[in-house]
Structure formats: structure tokens, C-alpha cells
Design a protein around this ligand. Structure first.
Ligand SMILES: NC(=O)c1ccc[n+]([C@@H]2O[C@H](COP(=O)([O-])OP(=O)(O)OC[C@H]3O[C@@H](n4cnc5c(N)ncnc54)[C@H](OP(=O)(O)O)[C@@H]3O)[C@@H](O)[C@H]2O)c1
Length: 378
């Protein structure tokens, strides 16, 4: 594993040539909202499943506040699914999700069978591609090709999809830098838990010596429910019904989703060059109710922990179920919550916990990255 300096989200907006706006302090009165020129941004959404639909609904909900608070005027110009897409003249946000889905089966002529992400990107003035297609940790596709096409055609990117970054982390970041465009992936790195924001921004200048995290809401939910008496199967079905499990839940419970997030966070925050093959992965599929009960009796909690640390000059990374003691900073992270502890050389240990593990939380992380692409912090 080679150490390099990652500057994923460190590029300032001025470097990228964007207008910047002062960010209003959260609790200031309404008159402090910015009154400067509005920035109009076109969006193309790839993937219209759980996360894509939650993002669409969130945009409709937040459009007014985004204009008022950040001067951002977002226009959703196209939505792409696996077999075609919606691309009207104006913004899709004027439509309702149910009406759009009805179009596909014979409603108003918004649906274009066979429309592809690549062709939509070429027909619309560049803005941001919002990438929410399924994660393939092996090939990165289809998201990898979509992100490359976006960057090649002058589009910034925000993504909830781990696959492309796991498959081609450094080459995608290099491409974004070469094109002076932004590629942000909070949505793929534990979404509503602000792992990258804290690691890159709040801990700037500190050396992150090791990271421990509960990074997968589904596994944590399953372990918590099993601790309450549910079987593994019941708990997993419950997580699927809530829409928090990956389309392929094996990724969650076998530990690969945690490994992918650990990779993205470590490569970004610690400047490493981890690949999935560098991470030892063991999931929770073999955990029995008896072992959870046994940990409880010892005053411990069984958690699926992703960890990266260094010993004798070598990095080691693993994902495995660990019985942690009550004083551990992640001990009380239960249910769909997630948590991460950064151990640093100068700032001590910093832990953040919480963050919604569901499509709306992922959508909110995408929206946050869109805001940060165009709005500079004061
Ligand atoms: N669910 C969560 O809470 C969550 C949280 C964080 C991150 N994520 C990540 O977000 C991404 C989306 O998750 P999801 O739960 O929304 O998945 P999902 O419900 O399965 O939706 C996937 C969407 O992608 C579309 N799609 C599939 N292949 C495509 C292609 N070749 N071109 C264009 N669109 C294609 C599908 O189209 P069709 O409708 O035509 O099949 C569907 O609309 C995944 O990468 C996941 O890892 C999910």
C-alpha cells in the first residue's frame, strides 16, 4: 500500500472556477440569507431506485431553501434508468414521481426508451451528474463509465455509488483534477455520517494514525435486532423492508460494503492506495444469537467493525465482528446508526456517530456535496 496525498475534496471552489457564495450561519436570522446572484445548475440523475427517488423528493422539498440560503437554482434536466430516461424541455422537478413512473407505461411523452446517460450528458449544458446506479465492487459498472463520461464532458459529479471509486479510485480522482472538475462521494462513504467532511476538513493538518468504524447500517441493525431476540433472517428481512439494505444484501452482511467504505475513507483521508484485496473481510452471517448473548453477559457489544491501523510500519485493514467493551466510543452505536473514530497524532481521538442509514440520508449526503461543489465555506 503506497501513501500519497489525496486532495479529493480539498480543491477550493475558486480553483474550480466556480462563483462562491458566503455560507449562512445555521442559526442566523432570515435576513442573513445571501442576496447575491443566483447560480443556475443543471442536474442529470442516473438511477431512479430507492436513492434516486429519495433525491428527487428531497430536491422538490428543498428547492426554495436552496435558492434562498445558498443562491443555488437547481434544475433536474434528465433522469436515467436501465432502459431509458426522462428528458423534457424544462425541469423534471415540476412533475410528480408517480406521474413520471406512469409515463413509462403510456402516459405523457416524457419517457424516452433507450435514452442513455452519455447521450443526455452531451445534450444538456454541463452541471452535475448525480450517480445512483447499483454498486458493483468488481467492475465499478455502470457507474464507472457514467462518471468518466461526465468528467470527460465537463460535468461535475456527486455519487452514492461505491463501485466506481473502489474499482478506480486514483484514476477517477486524477481525471477530475485534470479536468478541474469536482468529484464528491460522501453518499458512498457512509452517506449521512460525515466521515469525509470530518476526516478531510476538521482534521486537516493532523495525521490520522488509525480508523475504526461501524460503517454499515444494515449489519448494525441486524446485530441489534438479534440482541433483542430476532433471528438473523427476520432481522435482515426487516432491514430490507426499510429500504436500508443494499440491492444485494450479501454486500452488507458479508462485510464488503463496510470494506468498500473503509477503503474510500482511508484512501481519501490517509492518502493510501488500498484496494479491496488489501482488506481482510469477515461478515456477520455466522454470528449466532448465543454469541451475541455471550458478549452481553461479559458487558460487551458485538459490532461489525472496519479498522485500519499501522504496526511496525505496515498498514493493516480488516472488517470483522468484534466484541467491544462498554468504554469503547462505538459501544452505544445501535440500530441503523453508524459511527467512526479517527485516532490522530495531534487532536486525540475524534468520534462521530449517528447519521440516517436510509435512502433519504443518502439523498441528503448527495445534496450536501452539491452545495459544497458550488458554495465555499466562509
Ligand atoms: N439504499 C440506500 O440506503 C443506499 C445508501 C447509500 C448508498 N447507496 C448506493 O446508492 C446506489 C443506488 O442504491 P438504490 O438502493 O437506490 O438501488 P436501486 O433501488 O436498486 O436502484 C438502482 C437504480 O439504478 C438503475 N440502473 C440500473 N442499471 C442501470 C444502468 N445501466 N443505467 C442507468 N440506470 C441503471 C435502476 O434502473 P431500473 O429501475 O430500470 O432497474 C434503478 O433505477 C447504490 O450504488 C447503493 O450502493 C444506497
Amino acid at each position: 500500500m503506497k501513501a500519497t496525498v489525496s486532495k479529493t475534496v480539498i480543491l477550493s471552489n475558486r480553483d474550480r472556477g466556480f462563483e462562491s457564495h458566503p455560507l449562512r450561519q445555521p442559526n442566523l436570522p432570515e435576513q442573513s440569507a445571501i442576496s447575491g446572484p443566483k447560480k443556475s445548475v443543471s442536474l442529470v440523475l442516473a438511477g431512479f431506485g430507492h436513492v434516486g427517488k429519495a433525491f428527487f423528493a428531497l430536491l422538490q422539498e428543498k428547492l426554495g431553501p436552496l435558492r434562498k440560503r445558498y443562491g443555488l437554482d437547481l434544475s433536474l434536466r434528465a433522469i436515467l434508468k436501465s432502459d431509458g430516461g426522462f428528458m423534457p424541455e424544462g425541469s423534471l422537478l415540476e412533475h410528480r414521481i408517480v406521474d413520471l413512473l406512469a409515463c413509462q407505461t403510456g402516459g405523457p411523452p416524457l419517457w424516452r426508451a433507450g435514452l442513455t446517460v452519455e447521450s443526455a450528458l452531451k445534450k444538456i449544458d454541463p452541471g452535475i451528474l448525480v450517480e445512483c446506479t447499483p454498486s458493483s465492487l468488481q467492475t465499478g459498472e455502470p457507474g464507472l463509465s457514467y462518471i468518466r463520461a461526465a468528467l470527460e464532458n465537463g460535468w461535475n459529479v456527486v455519487t452514492a455509488n461505491k463501485g466506481p471509486l473502489v474499482a478506480a479510485f486514483r484514476s477517477l480522482l486524477n481525471l477530475a483534477r485534470e479536468k478541474r472538475l469536482s468529484l464528491m462521494f460522501s453518499g458512498a462513504a457512509a452517506a449521512a455520517l460525515p466521515t469525509l467532511d470530518v476526516g478531510l476538513y476538521s482534521l486537516a493538518g493532523a495525521e490520522v494514525c488509525s480508523i475504526e468504524g461501524i460503517l454499515n447500517g444494515t449489519s448494525n441493525y441486524v446485530l441489534t435486532r438479534m440482541g433483542e431476540g430476532a433471528t438473523f433472517k427476520e432481522a435482515l428481512e426487516d432491514a430490507q423492508a426499510k429500504g436500508i439494505a443494499e440491492p444485494n444484501p450479501a454486500l452488507d452482511v458479508e462485510g464488503w460494503d463496510t470494506a468498500a467504505k473503509l477503503l474510500l475513507i482511508a484512501n481519501s483521508v490517509m492518502g493510501l492506495e488500498l484496494t479491496l484485496g488489501d482488506i481482510k473481510v469477515k461478515g456477520i452471517t455466522k454470528i449466532s444469537p448465543a454469541s451475541i448473548e455471550g458478549s452481553k453477559k461479559e458487558g460487551k457489544a458485538l459490532k461489525l467493525i472496519g479498522k485500519i491501523s499501522r504496526a511496525a510500519g505496515r498498514w493493516s485493514a480488516q472488517v470483522s465482528p468484534v466484541a467491544i467493551k462498554s468504554g469503547h466510543p462505538l459501544f452505544n452505536v445501535d440500530g441503523t446508526n453508524k459511527g467512526i473514530t479517527f485516532h490522530t497524532d495531534t487532536m486525540g481521538s475524534v468520534t462521530i456517530t449517528g447519521g440516517k442509514s436510509d435512502p433519504r440520508g443518502a439523498a441528503a449526503a448527495l445534496l450536501k456535496d452539491i452545495i459544497h461543489t458550488f458554495v465555499s465555506l466562509p
